[in-house]
Design a protein around this ligand. Structure first.
Ligand SMILES: Nc1nc2c(ncn2[C@@H]2O[C@H](COP(=O)(O)OP(=O)(O)OP(=O)(O)O)[C@@H](O)[C@H]2O)c(=O)[nH]1
Ligand SMILES: [Mg+2]
Length: 507
């Protein structure tokens, strides 16, 4: 395996860059010869390459904003190309785009890494170790990401730390106390492992309320860094209350993302709005989200504010989509909302770019009471993999199909079967998950649209959803979709219950 470097930070001292370039071949050799991949991927590594680009803080910030929607400087970014999980190719049969080198030999591109040399130098100084040690650590970490390792789940993190440790030792970069050091440096919330019941200074439920499409789910996904709630440009995307939990050492915020409040014209619509109102009433704090592109509150916002007044709620107003408002355009919005309620605070944000979201989080935390942590810090959502899979399928229906058809669809998972591989080490080590799901719609004509000419549409929906579910589950997925017609199911209590849309909130 080879690592190609590209220098896009010409002002950074050349001799420091050279010291880093000497480390990279050691990491590449160890990845190719050590125990980091399965046999199939190991064969590819012999003719594979990764590109590491040295960049300055402004450039990495631009990439972070463009590619991840996070407008912040970071130390490194990795962009894998192959579909790999823990060093195993997820879909070896589908192959990958093979390139050819200058001699006409086939080569495989593993992906790109950006290293922010200025940040690395600063971090090395603050940790009190060498630039090579810090840069080597981040390069090793990023290369492991290209090979499908991550640290979202505790078990994955443990494996990644283990692999990173041996990579660092082989490259001669580890400290004596390297195990502890590496664990300290992998930034992950689960690392804190704070149990329910432990004391924290700020803890509670935050109901996130607003009209459909205002950006509620986008905000929660941004804050948690996970795609728990699906997002679309069509209104009424979220249909039920979804809890996502954000922990720090001293706080726990339980966000309840709710269905957008609207004037319902079906039984399902009524249930959705009731869920939003119910979560507001039961919350410790209401986060009311307004769209900064509209000067005045509409009937939905006024109704929500009345509900808060009747229930004596503490309210923080987040004015979203400030990326789409020019100059002082938010001032009249703030003034017209200020007439309606005595908010605990008002924060303009962009859930899309992340602008001011850190300020909003601080404000939320400071307005929550002290109390015992309600959930273990490892518990991140009340949504199961099965439920998120159903939503990821519905998201593609919303994405590909126009007009009213998607609003009359539901997804019902009939089979969710996890199959472990021969070499599985524990129950999470799945090779494949087999999913069978029904897409329910209201009319035969809608069924024809969802299936499409020659089955083209359902195929497109299925493969896009499958890719997203694979990303979420971290393994290969077989997805079979069927389309079924259930006339007027949106007004039928039996169907609504069957599709999980009319059940009491989970405890
Ligand atoms: N420009 C801009 N667009 C945003 C922002 N936040 C969300 N959006 C977009 O607004 C649309 C709706 O976002 P969602 O997060 O699904 O909205 P929601 O409030 O959860 O909607 P419902 O689930 O229907 O109630 C999507 O197309 C988002 O990309 C933002 O800060 N700026
Ligand atoms: Mg939503």
């Amino acid at each position: 395996m080879r690592i190609r470097t590209v220098d896009r930070d010409p002002d950074f001292p050349a001799e420091i860059k050279t010291s880093l370039e000497q480390i990279l071949p050691k990491l590449a050799d160890e990845l190719e010869s050590g125990d980091y991949t399965d046999i199939a991927l190991k064969r590819c590594l012999a003719s594979a390459y990764a590109v590491i680009t040295f960049v300055d803080p402004d450039t990495i910030r631009e990439y972070n904003r463009e590619e991840r929607g996070i407008d912040k400087v970071t130390d490194c970014l990795s962009f894998p190309i192959l579909n790999i999980n823990d060093g195993k190719l997820i879909d070896p049969e589908s192959g990958f785009d093979t390139e050819f080198d200058e001699d006409g030999n086939p080569v495989v591109n593993l992906g790109d890494i950006l290293l922010n040399l200025t940040a690395i130098k600063d971090q090395a100084t603050s940790y009190g170790h060498s630039f090579e040690r810090e840069a080597g650590f981040l390069a090793a970490h990023s290369l492991l990401h290209l090979l499908g390792y991550d640290h979202i789940e505790k078990r994955d993190e443990k494996l990644m730390i283990e692999k990173q440790k041996s990579l660092m030792v082989a490259a001669g970069l580890a400290f004596e106390d390297e195990a502890k050091d590496l664990e300290d440096m992998v930034d992950h919330k689960a690392e804190m492992a704070l149990p329910a019941g432990s004391a924290c200074s700020h803890c509670g439920y935050v109901a996130l309320l607003g009209r459909p499409n205002v950006g509620k789910s986008t905000l929660v996904n941004y804050i948690t860094g996970m795609k728990i709630a699906i997002v679309s440009h069509k209104p009424q995307t979220t249909r039920t209350n979804i809890r996502s939990i954000v922990n720090t050492e001293d706080s726990q915020i339980i966000f309840v993302d709710t269905p957008g409040v609207h004037k319902p014209d079906t039984r399902m619509g009524e249930i959705m709005v009731d869920k939003s109102f119910g979560s507001a009433i039961n919350s410790d704090l209401v986060l009311l989200m307004a769209d900064g592109r509209f000067d005045k509150p509409g009937s939905v916002e006024k109704r929500l504010i009345e509900l808060c007044r009747e229930n004596n709620k503490k309210v923080i107003l987040a004015i979203n989509k400030d990326d789409d408002v020019k100059g002082n355009g938010l001032l009249p919005v703030i003034a017209s909302y200020a007439e309606l309620y005595d908010y605990a605070d008002v924060v303009p944000i962009s859930a899309k770019t992340g602008h001011n979201v850190d300020v909003l989080l601080d404000v939320i935390r400071n307005n929550l009471p002290a109390g015992p942590r309600l959930f273990d810090s490892e518990y991140m959502t009340d949504q199961t993999e099965r439920e998120i899979s159903a939503e990821l399928i519905r998201e593609q229906v919303l994405h590909y199909i126009d007009q009213e058809v998607p609003h009359g669809t539901a997804v019902l998972i009939n089979k969710f079967e996890e199959r472990a591989g021969d070499s599985a080490v524990d129950e999470y080590d799945r090779d494949i998950v087999v999913i069978e799901a029904d897409i329910i719609c209201e009319r035969e004509s809608h069924k024809a649209i969802i299936i499409g000419k020659g089955g083209q549409m359902i195929k497109r929906i299925g493969s896009a959803a499958r890719r997203n579910i694979e990303r979420m589950l971290g393994c290969k997925v077989y997805l079979d979709l069927y389309v079924k017609v259930r006339p007027d199911w949106l007004n039928n209590e039996g169907y609504l219950r069957e599709y999980g849309l009319n059940e009491e909130d989970k405890e």
